[in-house]
Ligand binder design. Structure first.
Ligand SMILES: *[C@@H]1O[C@H](CO)[C@@H](O)[C@H](O)[C@H]1NC(C)=O
Ligand SMILES: *[C@@H]1O[C@H](CO)[C@@H](O)[C@H](O)[C@H]1NC(C)=O
Ligand SMILES: *[C@@H]1O[C@H](CO)[C@@H](O)[C@H](O)[C@H]1NC(C)=O
Ligand SMILES: *[C@@H]1O[C@H](CO)[C@@H](O)[C@H](O)[C@H]1NC(C)=O
Ligand SMILES: *[C@@H]1O[C@H](CO)[C@@H](O)[C@H](O)[C@H]1NC(C)=O
Ligand SMILES: *[C@@H]1O[C@H](CO)[C@@H](O)[C@H](O)[C@H]1NC(C)=O
Ligand SMILES: *[C@@H]1O[C@H](CO)[C@@H](O)[C@H](O)[C@H]1NC(C)=O
Ligand SMILES: *[C@@H]1O[C@H](CO)[C@@H](O)[C@H](O)[C@H]1NC(C)=O
Ligand SMILES: *[C@@H]1O[C@H](CO)[C@@H](O)[C@H](O)[C@H]1NC(C)=O
Ligand SMILES: *[C@@H]1O[C@H](CO)[C@@H](O)[C@H](O)[C@H]1NC(C)=O
Ligand SMILES: *[C@@H]1O[C@H](CO)[C@@H](O)[C@H](O)[C@H]1NC(C)=O
Ligand SMILES: *[C@@H]1O[C@H](CO)[C@@H](O)[C@H](O)[C@H]1NC(C)=O
Length: 579
């Protein structure tokens, strides 16, 4: 009690003290500033040291009181003035200061998101189960009350994250970097549904592991032994332990009494031993749109920090859309700001789906440097690409009939039909005549539209000579191609049949239900138009003799001239490329 009274009194004294001193300070400050502005010339001719000895210093006042800026501005600058020429500058500064006396600087004044709002945004760009984001902070599951098996739902703060988008399992003899998990109950996969986990693992034959499936309505996890699908060929290199290898980890979802076979687990954890406490927990993606569309395009991680390919990208996206691509899935490692502008525009329109991605493990992710890592470690780059390709596959197995994996300098061009859907109708008929079953993939032969192909005068001066076509439309301007196609099966791109493929690679499927059958589309029906400066690395030596001689003028793309010019130009104008 005594203490309480004592502290109350002390408080009063303190307030009184502070009040008194505030008054004194204020009076002194007014005197000082009036003095300063009245005698500005005195200050001006005085030395720096004199100004420093002024009654009150500018900076502390500025922060502590927020007193009228123009006064402070005057004293601040004048204290540094020593020559007559600078007087104009003083007047200028004074003018600027007083001009903005009552201005509101343009800071971002939109309300900051609440914790819950932020979580709902983050939920869309993470691979975490929604339960975490929906009831962040609360315990989403009961603790395990089974003494013999301690597998309990890991809290979000117990997870082992890696390079933003990955989760890690550190097993005794292997390290797993997990990117995403997907529900796969395609009937060819067998009586039980599968959950696929995309992972990079530092072992070529990883040790056994176990999936813990978590369902919203079941307290304890459901277990399933994992099997491994290797997403790479040993003969392509980097086939050794210690380097990260792409895998599609597959776990069968056991039948559970009372639950439908089609019920997907909400999330999955990968552990070394069945009852281990999990260090990871991935949302099981199960996108089931009402309508299955025909075509989508998948593009590996974009790595164009310095090359501004934005205008070419607009032309490419619009052409693919005209040909029948309903959506283009791109992965963003690092791109030029102008490319971001283009991609964000199309994301908002719904034509592009953009996913940020990083390299897992100890690989570099410093923007710029990462580019050189990927450039100089080509095999590592290719192994890393398997993750975005297969993520694109598994997110879309129920959404599209065909996925087309393209780079942004490639287009599959139908030669007798207007669009892909008409082309594929014809191809289906032709292929079923030969063997009566749908193939896993339908491949298209590659042909180069090199930058410097052309005849005589045109050679080496390609841009801008096609009349009536804007110079910035690269593909419409480049209508000379090499006479030879690259060899059958080499550098081809496919229409991948989402019903049959288990793992994808750039050119062909690697694993399928049954065997990976492919049908080669006749070059009278379609070709892969590849817009490059030069032939790809292995063909560079024979490029001049095989691909640059006797080029062929091929203006098939002009079929789309009108809509393509109109649509591209409109978008470029809208995004401010012409101002
Ligand atoms: C998350 O994604 C879904 C589906 O794409 C979308 O409907 C929803 O608006 C997104 N939420 C936020 C907060 O962006
Ligand atoms: C959690 O456990 C308690 C008691 O053990 C039980 O009453 C409750 O229903 C459980 N909740 C869920 C979601 O299983
Ligand atoms: C499970 O946890 C309890 C208490 O934390 C411990 O006594 C028990 O030995 C653990 N069981 C196993 C199988 O690890
Ligand atoms: C505890 O876990 C073990 C191992 O999964 C299982 O066999 C057993 O039925 C569980 N006991 C209870 C009470 O859930
Ligand atoms: C780890 O590898 C060593 C050597 O190959 C082996 O003896 C050991 O059994 C392995 N441990 C596990 C848990 O797989
Ligand atoms: C899972 O693997 C363990 C250890 O390898 C084995 O004992 C068990 O029988 C397997 N379970 C099933 C359902 O195959
Ligand atoms: C393909 O072209 C035909 C004929 O021009 C058209 O009727 C059809 O709607 C087009 N399909 C798509 C998906 O654009
Ligand atoms: C092709 O196979 C389907 C069933 O797979 C069958 O209905 C159809 O008659 C077959 N067509 C021919 C020409 O054999
Ligand atoms: C081609 O370009 C070169 C320089 O880039 C120029 O000197 C030459 O006149 C051009 N030729 C034609 C036919 O435009
Ligand atoms: C492609 O089609 C043409 C004309 O239909 C035909 O002459 C040619 O043999 C076909 N090529 C192949 C490889 O089937
Ligand atoms: C095209 O390919 C064939 C066979 O590979 C080769 O003999 C020929 O020289 C190449 N070039 C041209 C222009 O035909
Ligand atoms: C593209 O980038 C350049 C350099 O940063 C910039 O000057 C230009 O305004 C950008 N274009 C658009 C449309 O933003």
């Amino acid at each position: 009690m005594i203490q309480y009274i004592y502290s109350g009194r002390a408080y009063k004294k303190l307030i009184y003290f502070v009040f008194l001193w505030t008054c004194v300070c204020f009076v002194v400050f007014r005197i000082a500033t009036n003095y300063a502005s009245d005698r500005r010339l005195v200050y001006l001719s005085g030395s720096h040291a004199q100004a420093q000895r002024g009654l009150l210093q500018n900076m502390p006042l500025d922060y502590a009181t927020g007193f009228v800026l123009s006064v402070i501005g005057t004293t601040t600058t004048s204290s540094k003035i020593s020559s007559p020429q600078r007087e104009n500058a003083v007047d200028n500064d004074e003018a600027i200061s007083s001009k903005f006396l009552n201005s509101e600087p343009l800071v971002d004044s939109s309300h900051s998101l609440s914790e819950q709002e932020l979580y709902s945004k983050l939920a869309n760009i993470s691979n975490l189960p929604l339960a975490y984001w929906a009831k962040m902070g609360k315990k989403p599951k009961n603790k395990s009350n089974n003494k013999s098996c301690n597998a309990s739902f890991p809290s979000v703060f117990e997870l082992d994250f890696n390079n933003i988008y990955w989760q890690r399992l550190q097993a005794t003899n292997a390290t797993y970097y997990l990117y995403g998990a997907y529900f796969d109950d395609r009937w060819r996969g067998g009586a039980l549904a599968n959950v696929r986990i995309l992972a990079m693992i530092d072992r070529i034959s990883p040790p056994p592991s176990v999936c813990q499936f978590w369902f919203a309505d079941i307290t304890s996890p459901v277990f399933s032994n994992a099997s491994y699908v290797y997403g790479w060929y040993s003969k392509w290199g980097n086939y050794k332990d210690g380097l990260l290898q792409p895998f599609i980890i597959t776990c069968k979802v056991p039948r559970i009494k009372g639950l439908a076979k089609t019920l997907a687990p909400d999330s999955v954890s990968l552990v070394e031993k069945k009852c281990d406490k999990a260090s990871n927990n991935l949302r099981v993606i199960n996108n089931r749109p009402k309508v299955k569309e025909d075509f989508a395009v998948c593009v590996k991680g974009l790595d164009f920090l310095q090359e501004d390919l934005s205008v070419r990208l607009v032309e490419w996206i619009e052409l693919l859309n005209i040909l029948g691509a309903k959506k283009i899935f791109l992965y963003d490692l690092e791109v030029h700001p102008n490319i971001s502008k283009v991609l964000n525009y199309y994301s908002q329109k719904g034509l592009v789906d953009l996913t940020k991605i990083t390299l897992p493990g100890n690989q570099p992710n410093l923007p710029g440097f990462r580019h050189y890592y990927l450039k100089h470690k080509l095999t590592n780059k290719r192994q890393n690409e398997l993750i975005p390709y297969n993520d694109c596959l598994y997110r879309n197995i129920y959404s599209y009939k065909y996925l087309v994996l393209l780079d942004i300098d490639e287009v599959i061009m139908p030669l007798q039909h207007y669009n892909w859907s008409q082309l594929m109708q014809q191809v289906q008929i032709d292929s079923l005549k030969i063997k009566n079953y749908t193939r896993a993939s339908y491949n298209v032969r590659n042909v180069y539209f090199l930058d410097d192909l052309g005849n005589g005068e045109d050679q080496m001066n390609h841009t801008g000579h096609e009349p009536g076509i804007p110079r910035y439309l690269h593909m419409l301007q480049h209508v000379d191609r090499s006479r030879n196609y690259t060899k059958p099966g080499q550098y081809v791109k496919c229409f991948h049949n989402t019903e049959r493929i288990v793992s994808l690679h750039n050119h062909f499927p690697l694993n399928c239900f049954g065997s990976c059958t492919t049908y080669s589309i006749n070059t009278t029906l379609a070709q892969l138009q590849h817009y490059r400066k030069d032939c790809v690395g292995p063909l560079k030596n024979s490029c001049n003799s095989d691909f640059r001689v006797r080029p062929v003028r091929d203006t098939t793309i002009w079929r789309y001239k009108e809509p393509l010019i109109a649509r591209t130009t409109k978008v470029l104008a809208k995004l401010g490329f012409f101002s």
